[in-house]
Design a protein around this ligand. Structure first.
Ligand code: ZN
Length: 315
């Protein structure tokens, strides 16, 4: 008797739950889309490329936020709670903000180590992996190698392939769809990259300075030489002594371009530019950093165009 009553109540609860899910997102429910959350917009852009209309993708971080220090809105908890897959940058990029969200979501599918937890860094070429012991106690926010690896189209392609494979594993019935989406993305990206390479060719070997170590993968791919940083170490704000040394180095080596990410204070970069006759250029490290950067292709279009202007006007 009691058992039947419990069973009836459970049925009612399950029906209510299904109804709530359908009401909160009728499209996703009806189409059985994979609910994908990503830590950053770049991963969302890549997931969207290969997932097409079989997935619903949203990023926790916004493209104009410093990905090391994101203040996530509590509304993301609900979205994480119902996610089938969570894609992260890894290498401790999100260590300051994502782990509490994951645990508070109480979603077993996306906990670290679960099948729905996907660390994109495992599929990318990682630069600046420390050889000695580096701890975050020294303030270095890149203790496992450089986490800004998506800024090389070759890594974008590797990540997209891995995500397509993951989608296929989760939805084997859509394998052909994901394979076709990936093939189209690969072709389009390789064509775009040929144009980007041609645009950057005249500047091969040019020395530049950047605020944070966001650009080693970008610089390697487009053959720029990053020789100094406004930050003394990744995550450590500029210090007067370091700034004086950097100005001296830039004057000695005739370095004129200072690349800054949109979320850093321009005071020190502007002062360095004044002292050296150089130029500050704000590049976007992520999709969505500016309204017009709506996908992975437009990210490189935007950055290369801005960078070319700066390199041209400081010859
Ligand atoms: Zn960083």
């Amino acid at each position: 008797m009691a058992r039947t009553k419990l069973y009836t109540r459970l049925l009612a609860l399950a029906a209510a739950g299904a109804l709530a899910a359908a009401v909160s997102d009728p499209r996703a429910f009806a189409a059985g889309k994979l609910a994908v959350m990503t830590a950053t917009t770049d991963l969302a852009a890549l997931a969207q490329e290969v997932g097409g209309d079989k997935v619903e993708v949203e990023s926790v971080a916004r493209g104009y936020q410093d990905p090391h220090f994101v203040e996530a809105k509590p509304s993301f908890l609900l979205k994480l709670r119902r996610a089938d897959l969570l894609i992260v940058v890894g290498l401790e990029l999100e260590i300051g903000w994502l782990p509490p969200l994951i645990s508070q979501s109480t979603n077993p599918r996306i906990q670290v180590g679960a099948p729905g937890y996907f660390d994109a860094s495992r599929y990318a070429k990682i630069l600046e992996i420390p050889t000695g012991a580096v701890t975050r106690a020294e303030g270095d926010v890149h203790p496992q190698g450089n986490p800004h690896y998506w800024l090389n189209p070759e890594n974008g392609l590797r990540i997209a392939k891995a995500i397509a494979d993951k989608f296929t594993e989760m939805r084997p019935g859509d394998a052909a769809y994901f394979a076709a989406r990936y093939a189209a993305f690969e072709q389009k990206l390789k064509q775009a990259d040929q144009q980007w390479q041609a645009q950057m060719k005249p500047y091969a070997g040019r020395k530049i300075v950047t605020y944070h170590r966001s650009w080693p993968n970008f610089a390697e791919h487009f053959r720029l030489d990053v020789v100094g940083y406004v930050e003394p170490r990744p995550g450590i704000p500029p210090s007067p002594q370091h700034t004086v040394e950097l100005i001296g180095q830039m004057k000695r080596d005739n370095i004129k371009v200072i690349v800054v990410e949109p979320y850093f204070d321009l005071k020190t970069p502007n002062a360095i530019a004044r002292e050296t006759g150089g130029q500050v250029v704000v590049l976007m490290p992520s999709v969505g950093g500016e309204k017009e950067i709506t996908d992975y292709f437009k990210l490189f279009d935007y950055d290369i165009s801005k960078l070319k202007q700066a390199l041209d006007s400081t010859k």
